[in-house]
Write a protein that binds this ligand. Sequence first.
Ligand SMILES: *Cc1c(COP(=O)(O)O)cnc(C)c1O
Length: 426
Amino acid sequence: MLYDYLTSHLNISQEVAIFMERIENSLAAEFKKADQIAEYNQAKVLAAMQACRLSDTHFNDSTGYGYNDEGREALEEIFAKIFKAEAALVRPQLISGTHALAAALFGNLRPGDTLLSPVGSPYDTLESVIGIRPTSGSLKEYGVNYAQVELTADGNFDLPAIKAALQTQPKMVTIQRSKGYSWRRSFTVAEIKSLIQCIRTESPRTIIMVDNCYGEFVETSEPIEAGADIIAGSFIKNPGGGIVPGGGYVAGRAELVERAAERLTAPGLGSAVGPSLGMTRTLTQGIFLAPQTVSSCIKGAVLAAETFNRLGFDVLPSATATRTDIVQAVKLGQPQHVLAFCHGIQKAAPVDSYVKPEAAPMPGYGDGVVMAGGTFIQGSSIELSADAPMRPPYIVYFQGGLTAAHSKAGVVFALDELVKAGLVSL
Ligand SMILES: *Cc1c(COP(=O)(O)O)cnc(C)c1O
């Protein structure tokens, strides 16, 4: 039915529709898996709200300092329960995932400390935060050292090298769950658990942070259950459920979360201040909807994986792999393919569908990035979107979709654009 409408009303070619409908029909088992995970996580979120006795009165607003904001406190308790953390910071004042991660890092690191990434280079924007790319105000400028252990050639943890690096007993380790903008596997919660066990054995006092961006609710457990001390993420990704207009969270051991709060607000103020500014209801609704929204994204990602794999492109992960984030990478190999894919995603958008995205410099990113996403919320990548740093081997990172139908339609539009440009033949 979706395909009928796309061909008759939205200018998708018949051959693309037939090709994709056949692929979709072969993926029923994968879609069912996504539904089952969403149902489990929905129950988990519901249980947390009930246990915290969430009430209508919690949606009242606070202003100014935001002292004694009961809604904010209830929501933070709900987040802590969902993620099995002692405490959580759930704030519209955290601008993004990068800001939440930066608050956790700056809050917990001191001059002379070392931060170690045992999983290769971190997400592009973290390079500026850490100071890998010289940046004013970076951790490096404050005298925090950084060390990195590359992944093995096949994308796994290099345990001997990680053990060697841990002999210096670094203050903090950062593990990125999602592939971000790099061609590597995303790490499942089980894999993160095995890495954390290794870190604990070699360096028991090291604070272990997991960058949970794009990972929330893709599996039935989360990194704190795997032994992480602190996690962070963004509300314009998974845990905002697609409706939260901005913000971020940090969750984990209470003392570590409080240090992140002191960095976000000010020493001595910490988590005790922070007006909710009318956001509490939307934030709460967002986390309630998130399991379902995430499953919609997974369906589009699975469809993209199978479609482009059948067309001979390398995809990561494959359609049947265990997923731990909503990102689907497709190695398209040529800049014109990347642009056509992104033009297709843009044409599938509810907002700004008539514009043509081009590569442009982005704050915090090294290379030019082309970003397609006609989203209701600026930059939201839980909504249908595709991003590609314009560098060889020209990989596009596809994610999002507020509904499964829209996420799937995005893949159809992307393929249709490639076919119409003569870059792919079916
Ligand atoms: C998106 C992302 C970030 C940064 O989040 P923003 O909200 O864009 O600042 C950090 N790490 C990973 C793995 C991400 O996917």
